[in-house]
Design a protein around this ligand. Structure first.
Ligand code: GRF
Length: 206
């Protein structure tokens, strides 16, 4: 039985593309049931359409409140009846009901080596702090913003004098490798979630 995923985006969708490409090449055994964007003009929607994947817009600006937006997103996700929700550059904070409904079934990609730099502007913050290492993390989504159990990280060395744009581009390349790999783990049953912890092959991920 194939693992059915829904990918949530807000922008360019290069990570979505990496997932689409991995599926197309036969190396990622998932079915992308839909792509949902909270931004109507997000380029990722075009990527979805080109791949023949249903592209759904739920524009947060058209809802009177955060709760109303969340309720619509929840209804849509439930109707899609997927195994896993994949946040890939989705720039909205999700409310408690959504997070609780999909505990252990929702992954997020964050462009830092968590627990360092939750939130925004992670690349500049790593440079400003004088860090030598930086990278990206994939974690299960919990109530803590960018604070759920980390499943996997990829890292690189920050070059002397490197600016945030250059660093972001290099971190993106890591993301494009890491997300399909982690999804493969989930789809093949290697990655699970139990009592607030991520497990790989039955062992707690430290
Ligand atoms: C990625 O850098 C991700 O880490 C962050 O948003 C960016 C999304 O990029 N959360 P893309 O839309 O997948 O190109």
């Amino acid at each position: 039985m194939s693992c059915k995923i829904v990918v949530l985006i807000s922008g360019n969708g290069s990570n979505l593309q990496a997932i689409i490409d991995a599926v197309a090449s036969g190396t990622l055994p998932v079915q992308i049931a839909a792509v949902i964007s909270n931004v109507p003009g997000a380029y990722g929607l075009e990527r979805a359409k080109k791949a023949g994947i249903p592209a759904i817009v739920i524009d947060h600006k058209t809802f009177p409140s955060r709760d109303a937006f969340d309720a619509e997103l929840l209804t849509t996700l439930q109707s899609l009846d997927c195994d896993l929700i994949v946040l890939a550059g989705f720039m909205r904070i999700l409310g408690n009901t959504l997070v609780e409904t999909f505990t252990g079934k929702m992954l997020n990609l964050h462009p830092s080596l968590l627990p360092k730099y939750p939130g925004l502007h992670t690349h500049q913050r790593a440079i400003d702090a004088g860090d030598t290492n930086h990278g990206c993390s994939i974690h299960f989504v919990t109530h803590d913003l960018d604070g759920g159990p980390v499943v996997a990280q990829a890292r690189l060395m920050i070059k002397t004098g490197e600016n945030a744009d250059n660093l972001a581009a290099r971190v993106h390349q890591l993301e494009h490798q890491l997300y399909p790999e982690v999804l493969r783990w989930y789809a093949t049953g290697r990655l699970t979630y139990q009592q607030g912890q991520g497990l790989l092959d039955g062992k707690i991920i430290a």
